[in-house]
Design a protein around this ligand. Structure first.
Ligand SMILES: C[S@@+](CC[C@H](N)C(=O)[O-])C[C@H]1O[C@@H](n2cnc3c(N)ncnc32)[C@H](O)[C@@H]1O
Length: 301
């Protein structure tokens, strides 16, 4: 199945462009999920493992599988000291290579707009989690909420082609709610995350945001050296540069979560084994006790 063009081949470059902001937003996202410890997670579109590392540190999972179609990102993820617990595999969101009921929780961090068919990706997450399991995502609010949001208007003002993502409409909270509902998920909630983006200088901003990775990297690669200089000059005018040379602005993301249901599993024709589900008490990563369903997880396909 077509999983979309691969614009994220370089895990190291991604780390500077987006990984640090992914971590900040990821912490807020996981605080909002307030998931219990000792769950088995799938991190869909795990990229270079920036979010996976936060997930492991914050939620103390029993196991994590990270999947991403980019071999370069996966190769970098495997080198992360804080992601040793995770098993990383090359796979796309629209065709997860796992059986129904394989995970307690599925997270898709900063991916939904890149997937050709977001509803198919969420349906896949709903399929692989058990009844009562978490299916959640967060994505920058387009076009103005992204950590590189100053780039688009500056490029547009100079008549340059701006970075494109296939499905930015899926980043809205209403769209997320509709997709979660369509996937048969229950107890759906959405919320907003705000983080502060800061650069020590204009050179730090320019060096970070013009790296050859993602849709922005593709749009910038198409510019001539003269056009790049024009863009640089325009950004020097438009960015909020403080007297000490630092640059700081807000990035905004939308997040959604829902729970897998028994009805959903039955409709998938995969209700077998539910009689073995046992109720057990577990403690949340935030410390608050929760009652959750747990069962021995089914093996991978
Ligand atoms: C902005 S990065 C997010 C990476 C990571 N989740 C994070 O929070 O830092 C977007 C990721 O989506 C991945 N991606 C693109 N198309 C995908 C698809 N069809 N299925 C799964 N992942 C996909 C890319 O390879 C890339 O690693």
């Amino acid at each position: 199945m077509n999983q979309g063009p691969n614009l994220f081949a370089d895990g190291k470059a991604y780390e500077r462009l987006m990984g640090r902001w992914s971590r900040l937003a990821g912490e807020k996202f996981l605080d909002w999920l307030a998931a219990p410890k000792n769950l088995k997670w799938i991190d869909v579109g795990c990229g270079n493992g920036a979010f996976t590392e936060v997930l492991i540190a914050r939620c103390l999972p029993a196991a994590v599988v990270g999947v991403d179609p980019s071999e370069g990102q996966i190769a970098y993820a495997r080198t992360r000291p804080g992601a040793k617990l995770a098993e990383f595999r090359v796979a796309g969101a629209q065709d997860l290579p796992f059986a129904e009921n394989s995970f307690d929780a599925a997270a898709m961090a900063l991916v939904i707009v890149f997937v050709p068919d977001p509803a198919k990706a969420v349906a896949e997450m709903a399929r692989v989690v058990r009844p009562g399991g978490i299916v959640a995502t967060y994505m920058w609010d387009f076009p103005d909420g992204t950590p590189i949001s100053p780039l688009g208007p500056a490029m547009k003002s100079l008549g340059m082609a701006t970075p494109e993502r296939p499905n930015t409409e899926a980043a809205g909270r209403d769209a997320m709610r509709a997709i979660w509902r369509q996937a048969g998920l229950k107890s759906i909630e959405t919320e907003v995350i705000r983080i502060r983006i800061s650069y020590s200088s204009f050179d730090d901003f320019w060096g970070s945001t013009t790296l050859p990775v993602g849709p922005s990297g593709k749009a910038l690669a198409a510019l001539t050296p003269t056009a790049r200089e024009q863009l640089k000059a325009r950004l020097r005018e438009s960015l909020p540069i403080a007297a000490d040379g630092t640059i700081s602005y807000e990035a905004i993301a939308n997040m959604a979560k829902g729970l897998g249901s028994v009805a959903l599993m039955q409709s998938q024709g995969a209700a077998r084994g539910n009689s073995h589900i046992q109720r057990q008490k577990t403690a949340g990563c935030t410390g608050s006790p929760r009652r959750l369903y747990s069962k021995k997880l089914s093996s991978h396909r």
